[in-house]
Design a protein around this ligand. Structure first.
Ligand code: NIG
Ligand code: FE
Length: 422
């Protein structure tokens, strides 16, 4: 019988960053490109990746599933290292209000925004949240995502945050799951209405009740560090407590106002500082001297009609930049990898090579998983996308459209466009 996770991709052009850590500054431009190549995956792990004529004989004889890429590009599966894809309800009317000129923060300060999704999520049944999350995950797989991070943050009380973690955990542990799921606890996404004006008390509640109880269910702890939400002192207090319990740290930093979230992320050794639309020069300097990944979310800036994060400045200063979607029901209702690529290349002046590194190896590093996935190398997980084309420059050129023909996750084909014929 053919072992399930054994696969050979023949006749391909390998395009991949290399290494077990985030690539910084000009390293981000360095991709390995190998034509006339093969990739061999055994039990879900890459055991050979390189010139076809050098494939070890033993694999040629083995009974592996074979995919002939017919000269097309194979690259690492995309890592979407920042999403909020588990939530109740939608907010289309708020979006329409924003189109008329109301700002995101105005809506939030008037009880809309995150709080309205919190109300819907608290009322939603577990199975409803699960089905909706899986729907978003299927869409991601079609776009070549093989690792996705999912945050809580729409429960904001013990019971509802716990329900969100169980939804995420149930997707992550499903033996039929199509990709790898990483969960992040974002109890500090907003101050819920019942704690209005008592931010410190809400932070105490998170630290004393939620953080210790959720440690086994979440790998990371995140916070929305923002003016009038959780300012620097509250953020430091909460993140330090999380770190002491063994959580990895992530921060929504300098998204709307330049508060110093990037500097705090570096001070506390966070794996990533995310958003950074308004990062200060001091923050860029701190990031460049650190291991903290600067995760940029161009779909959010686009949806909010804000200026994009200073990707060029960050990379030129020597930072490690990752890209992710930020899929959420408010500031960015899009999980589009193709549009993320187009915006990075067209509006953030990132090269195609930097963009690929940012969505693969550096995304993996932003989840502390660069030794497991994010590049096509012996020993890494068999997470591969095969494009429809033989040239990776098609990725931004085919604006906002997916170039993914096949998605392979853990050595299994989880999406194949050519099989969707009716
Ligand atoms: O990453 N900034 C805070 N959190 C989300 C938005 C969540 C929402 O509006 O529901 C973000 O942009
Ligand atoms: Fe976010």
């Amino acid at each position: 019988m053919m072992a399930e996770k054994n696969l050979i991709i023949l006749n391909t052009v390998i395009v991949t960053p290399l290494g077990n850590r985030a690539l910084k500054g000009e390293e981000m431009n360095r991709l390995a490109v190998v034509s006339d190549a093969s990739i061999v995956i055994e039990n879900g792990i890459i055991v050979y990746c390189g010139k076809a004529k050098e494939v070890p004989q033993k694999y040629m004889k083995a009974n592996f599933k074979i995919v002939d890429a017919e000269g097309r590009v194979s690259m690492p599966g995309f890592v979407d290292s920042h999403t909020h894809l588990t939530f109740g309800g939608y907010r289309p009317d708020e979006f329409a209000e924003r189109l008329k000129g109301r700002t995101y923060m105005e809506i939030m300060e008037n009880g809309g925004g995150i709080q309205s999704t919190v109300n819907a999520t608290r009322n939603a049944h577990f199975s409803e949240l699960l089905a909706k999350s899986e729907w978003f995950i299927d869409r991601a797989v079609e776009m070549g995502v093989t690792t996705v991070e999912v945050k809580t943050g729409y429960g904001l009380d013990f019971e509802s945050e716990s329900k969100m973690l169980d939804v995420i955990g149930s997707i992550a542990s499903n033996p039929n799951r199509k990709l790898n799921v990483v969960s992040t606890f974002l109890g500090a996404h907003a101050v819920p209405s019942e704690y209005c004006g008592r931010t410190e008390k809400y932070v105490d509640y998170i630290i004393n009740e939620m953080l210790p109880a959720f440690k086994e269910k979440a790998r990371f702890c995140d916070i929305f560090t923002e003016k009038n939400v959780f300012e620097i002192e509250d953020s430091r207090r909460l993140l330090k407590a999380a770190k002491n319990l063994g959580y990895g740290l992530k921060i929504h930093a300098d998204e709307i106002v330049a508060l110093g979230g990037a500097e705090l992320a570096v001070e506390l050794g966070a794996v990533s500082a995310d958003h950074l639309l308004h990062v200060r020069d001091k923050g860029i300097e701190a990031l460049s001297a650190s291991e903290t990944v600067a995760t940029l979310l161009p779909l959010t800036a686009f949806s909010l009609k804000e200026s994009f994060a200073p990707a060029r400045k960050l990379i030129d200063a020597g930072c490690a930049v990752a890209l992710a979607t930020d899929l959420n029901p408010g500031s960015c209702f899009s999980g589009s990898i193709p549009l993320t690529i187009a915006l990075a290349c067209i509006h953030m002046d990132m090269t195609v090579e930097e963009t690929i590194t940012a969505l693969t190896l550096n995304g993996a590093a932003a989840l502390d998983m660069a030794d497991e996935t994010g590049s096509l190398e012996k020993g890494k997980r068999g997470d591969v996308v095969i494009l429809d084309f033989d040239n990776y420059n098609m990725l931004p050129y085919y604006v906002g459209m997916s170039c993914v023909r096949t998605t392979v996750s853990d050595g299994l084909v989880v999406f194949d466009r050519m099989k969707n014929n009716y």
